[in-house]
Design a protein. Structure first.
Length: 255
């Protein structure tokens, strides 16, 4: 009887944290090609980030379920432990109050990132707004960003006025065309895809990029503390899957 009880306890210790799906959240606003569709439901083709995490979780023997909600709520829910993780987020020290990133020697481990992407400025082709890589000039209205995007802090440090009222790419490009913002600072992959899909030719991208950022799956402190080995394995498998599979996934979504 003691032997059987011991076996049961070992089994629980090994698998107890994977019996229930790990709840991972991502934004309810499309961010092509990483998170597709809008609203609470997963799109049939949910995006590169979702697919990479699914494959990494399977490789780590972790069951996952996905939920969608506004970006700022993701962080609050993860901080409270109601979400086990959230994506995709660039590294910011102030976000450490909400959850944890994969680290190597105390710094973000870019080998275990989901993706890298450029932030760039977009303006109307007829606008005299100019960008030299250090200063944005001739802007008579605020610079638009998606709500909660980390690029806002960079822009404020440049002395720019930021309008973060737009929830996504479509809203902010509409504001740009209406003249409510002088430029739109956002992720290139999302913006370029939107312009192509909608055959918009009177908006131009300014070079060089504002900044290049890595993006990660964050995990809650509660989840990592409960099973640190499993959390580290999930991050590691995610980096491995990204290296092997991301290129083909990008091609699929580009088509």
């Amino acid at each position: 009887m003691r032997i059987l009880l011991g076996i049961v306890l070992v089994t629980v210790s090994l698998h107890g944290f994977t019996a229930e799906p790990v709840r991972l959240g991502f934004s309810d606003v499309e961010n092509f090609p990483y998170q597709m569709g809008n609203g609470e439901q997963l799109a049939p083709a949910p995006g590169v980030a979702v697919e990479l995490i699914r494959e990494a979780a399977a490789a780590a023997d972790v069951k996952v379920s996905f939920v969608r909600m506004p970006a700022q709520r993701l962080l609050v829910e993860m901080q409270a432990g109601r979400l086990d993780g959230a994506f995709i987020f660039s590294y910011r020290e102030e976000r450490l109050q909400y959850g944890l990133y994969p680290l190597h020697q105390g710094k973000p481990d870019r080998q275990r990132r989901i993706a890298s992407n450029n932030y760039s400025f977009y303006k109307m082709a007829t606008s005299d707004v100019a960008w030299d890589g250090a200063q944005l000039t001739n802007g008579r209205a605020p610079v638009g960003i998606n709500f909660s995007f980390s690029i806002g802090e960079d822009l404020k440090k440049m002395g720019l006025t930021v309008d973060d009222g737009g929830r996504g790419t479509e809203q902010n490009f509409a504001k740009l065309r209406l003249g409510r913002i002088s430029a739109y600072a956002t992720l290139e992959d999302s913006a370029d895809a939107f312009l192509r899909r909608n055959s918009i030719s009177n908006v131009v991208k300014l070079e060089p990029p504002i900044v290049v950022r890595d993006y990660y799956l964050m995990l809650s402190r509660q989840y990592v503390e409960a099973d640190k080995a499993r959390a580290e394995l999930l991050w590691t498998r995610l980096g491995e899957v990204r290296t092997k599979r991301a290129a083909s996934m990008y091609e699929k979504y580009a088509d």
